[in-house]
Design a binder for this molecule. Structure first.
Ligand code: BGC
Length: 468
C-alpha cells in the first residue's frame, strides 16, 4: 500500500472483521482443547485407576499429534488452500471431540487425543497464516493478536465448563461438548473465501483479485496490493528450494528461536500445572488452588487486550522486549519468594511470601499475554517470504509444539531435582536471554507490507532491519 494511503487510510470493511472472527475461532478450539484436560484428568485417573505415565500420555498425546498436524498442514494448505485446511481441522475437531467423549479405554483416549492433536496442529499453522494473508497491513498485528485472544478465551471457557461438569464428575461431557464450537467453526469457515495471496500463488488471479476487492477499502489500495503480490511472485524458487538460500535460512532460524523463546518463558507450566504451583507456594486447599487457576486464566485473557491495543501502535519489538523484562523480573522474584517459604507441611496458613509468590506469578502472566503470547505468532506469520511461508510457518509452529511438549514433560522432574526456587530462577534467567534475542535479532514489522519485508530479507539486510 502506498504512502498516500497510509496518510488517509480508507475505512476497514466489515468483511475484514467477519473473516478475522471466524478464522480466529480456530484459536478458540486450540485453547479449549489445551485447557480442557486439566479438569477432566482427575476423573479419568480415578475411573481407570491410572498410573502417572498413562495420565501423562493422556495429556501429551495431543501435543505429539499437534507436531505431526503442523507438518501435514503445509502440503494441505499449499495444495488445497488455507480455507480447506481450516475446514479439515474443524472436521477433525468435531470427530476428535466426540471420539474422546466416547473412548472406551485409556488407550483409545490416548489415540483419539493424538488424532485431535492433528486438528490443533493444522489450526495453529493455518489460522495465523490465513489471517496474515487476509488482513490489510495496518491492522494485521491486531487481527493476529485476536487469534491469540481466542486461544486464551478458549482456555478460560474450558476451565469454566470443566468446573460446571465436575460437580457430577462428567468428564466425557467435558471433552465431548467441544464438538459444538467445532461445528460452529466448520459452518463459519464454509462462508469464507480462500486467501487472496494463496489464489495468486496457484495462478487463480481473477479470483484472488475479487477476494481482495472485498477486503480493500479503495481501488487504489486494491491495485497497490495486487501489484505487490505480483511482484513477489515473480521471484523464482519456492518451498524446499529456498533452503539453499542463506537469507531464507536466517529467517527460518529466527522463527525457530522465537518459538523456543515463547515456550521457554515457562508459560505452559502455569497452564498445565497451576494447581501444583499453588500447592508448592503453600496454598494447600483445593479451593485456593482452583481460585488461583481461574485467576491465571482470566488474567491471561485480559492482558492479551494490551497487545491488541498496542501492537500496531507502538510496534512489535518494544512490547516484546518489555514483556520479556517483566517475565524475567517476575520469575526471579517468584523464585525468591519460594526460597523464603518454609516446607509446605509446616505452614499453618498462607502468609506474606505466599501472596508475594502469587502476585509475581500473576505479573508473569501479564508479561506473557501482553507480549510473547500474541506477538510471536504475529511475527512468525509475517517474516517469511511468500514462496517459503508454508515451510517457515511449519517449522516455527512445529517448534512451538515440540518445545511445549518438552516443558510439559519435564517441569515436575525439574521441581524435584533442582528445587522449587531454582526452577523458577532458571526460567527467569532464560527470559533475560530472550530480551537480547529481541533487541539484536527481531525486526520491527509494524505497518510494513509482507512484500516489503520479503524484499529486505532477500537483499541480505540484518534480520533486525528487514522491517522498518
Ligand atoms: C502459546 C500456548 C499457550 C497460550 C497461553 C500461546 O501463544 O503458544 O502454548 O498455552 O499462548 O495463552
Amino acid at each position: 500500500m502506498t504512502a498516500q494511503n497510509a496518510i488517509q487510510p480508507p475505512p476497514l470493511k466489515a468483511a475484514v472483521y467477519v473473516t478475522a472472527f471466524i478464522a480466529a475461532l480456530a484459536g478458540l478450539l486450540f485453547g479449549l482443547d489445551i485447557g480442557v484436560i486439566s479438569g477432566a484428568l482427575p476423573f479419568i485417573t480415578k475411573e481407570y485407576a491410572l498410573n502417572n505415565t498413562v495420565s501423562e500420555w493422556i495429556v501429551s498425546s495431543i501435543l505429539a499429534g499437534a507436531v505431526l498436524g503442523t507438518f501435514a498442514s503445509a502440503p494441505v494448505s499449499r495444495l488445497w488452500g488455507r480455507k480447506t485446511a481450516l475446514l479439515l481441522s474443524a472436521v477433525i475437531f468435531v470427530l476428535g471431540s466426540l471420539g474422546s467423549a466416547l473412548a472406551p479405554s485409556p488407550a483409545m483416549l490416548i489415540g483419539v487425543r493424538f488424532f485431535l492433536g492433528l486438528a490443533v496442529g493444522i489450526a495453529s499453522f493455518t489460522a495465523p497464516l490465513y489471517l496474515a494473508e487476509m488482513a490489510p497491513q495496518r491492522v494485521r498485528g491486531a487481527l493476529i493478536s485476536m487469534y491469540q485472544l481466542m486461544i486464551t478465551i478458549g482456555i478460560v471457557l474450558a476451565f469454566l465448563s470443566d468446573t460446571a461438569f465436575s460437580y457430577g464428575g462428567h468428564w466425557r461431557w467435558m471433552l465431548g461438548v467441544l464438538a459444538f464450537p467445532a461445528t460452529g467453526m466448520f459452518l463459519g469457515m464454509l462462508a469464507l473465501p480462500q486467501s487472496p495471496r494463496w489464489l495468486f500463488l496457484v495462478g487463480r488471479k481473477t479470483e484472488g483479485r475479487e477476494v481482495l476487492s472485498k477486503l480493500c477499502g479503495s481501488a487504489a489500495e486494491l491495485d497497490a496490493e495486487v501489484a505487490e503480490i505480483e511482484h513477489t511472485l515473480e521471484r523464482p524458487g519456492g518451498g524446499f528450494a529456498l533452503l539453499r538460500n542463506p537469507n531464507f535460512r536466517r529467517v527460518l532460524l529466527l522463527g525457530f528461536a522465537l518459538q523456543v523463546a515463547q515456550q521457554f518463558t515457562g508459560i505452559n507450566i502455569m497452564m498445565y500445572y497451576a494447581p501444583k504451583i499453588f500447592s508448592v507456594a503453600g496454598f494447600a486447599s483445593t479451593q485456593h488452588q482452583m481460585f488461583g487457576t481461574v485467576l491465571i486464566g482470566v488474567v491471561n485473557m485480559l492482558a492479551t487486550f494490551i497487545a491488541i491495543g498496542c501492537v500496531d501502535k507502538f510496534g512489535r519489538k518494544p512490547i516484546l522486549a518489555l514483556g520479556f523484562m517483566v517475565m524475567a523480573f517476575s520469575l526471579l522474584a517468584v523464585g525468591a519468594a519460594l526460597w523464603m517459604i518454609p516446607a509446605a507441611a509446616t505452614i499453618p496458613a498462607p502468609g506474606l511470601w505466599q501472596f508475594l509468590a502469587v502476585g509475581f506469578l500473576i505479573l508473569f502472566i501479564i508479561g506473557f499475554s501482553m507480549s510473547a503470547g500474541p506477538i510471536i505468532w504475529v511475527l512468525c506469520s509475517e517474516i517469511y517470504p511468500l514462496a517459503g511461508r508454508d515451510l517457515g510457518i511449519t517449522v516455527s509452529t512445529a517448534t512451538n509444539w515440540f518445545a511445549n511438549m518438552l516443558i510439559g514433560a519435564t517441569f515436575l522432574t525439574a521441581l524435584d531435582t533442582l528445587g522449587n526456587a531454582q526452577t523458577f530462577w532458571c526460567f527467569g534467567a532464560l527470559n533475560v536471554g530472550f530480551i537480547f534475542l529481541v533487541i539484536f535479532f527481531c525486526p520491527e514489522t509494524k505497518g510494513v507490507s509482507l512484500e516489503k519485508i520479503e524484499e529486505r530479507l532477500m537483499e541480505g539486510r540484518p534480520l533486525r532491519q528487514i522491517g522498518r
